[in-house]
Design a protein around this ligand. Sequence first.
Ligand code: ADP
Length: 172
Amino acid sequence: MPLLTVVHGDITEQDVDAIVNAANNRMRGGGGVDGAIHRAAGPGLLAECVERFPRGLATGDAGWTTGGDLPATWVIHTAGPNYSAGERDRTLLESCYRRALEVAGERGARTVAFPLISAGIYGWPIDDAIAVAVETVGDALAHAPTSVEEVRLVAFDQAKMRSIDALIRSRF
Ligand code: ADP
């Protein structure tokens, strides 16, 4: 089975084939990890988003662009549910991880890094955001044939990293 790992760090610095962006429906850039990815990838990323996503992206869906100036070859964009605005359907958050992994597999990516989707500005309760990430990615890697050999969950702070690590160890 492919590896599921966790690291503490900045997703824009990950040396992987694909990084996942916690984007939004408009697909025209934003704050948080989205802003960091656009800054690190360079202005070409926004131009590519406009070209590839003229109508944006539905919540729970995912699509790809190239990585621009990032170490990663691909950015897989997914629009998480905005818990703070009342979008609280867990299956939408699960769908973000599943669809992003499918798209990464379609690109032939072998290594993929994820942030904790919806866990920042969109306000998803952190313990549940971590549970959805670990359970959904673990389940998808166990059951769906894919080119992906390693999924790295990237925690922006050490406390989240330790919580994710503990859950991975208890589940797998
Ligand atoms: P959302 O709008 O989906 O909630 P955010 O970008 O606000 O997305 O936050 C998602 C998660 O990404 C949060 O846990 C936040 O701490 C984390 N994060 C923010 N910047 C980075 C980064 N550069 N690398 C990795 N994780 C990040």
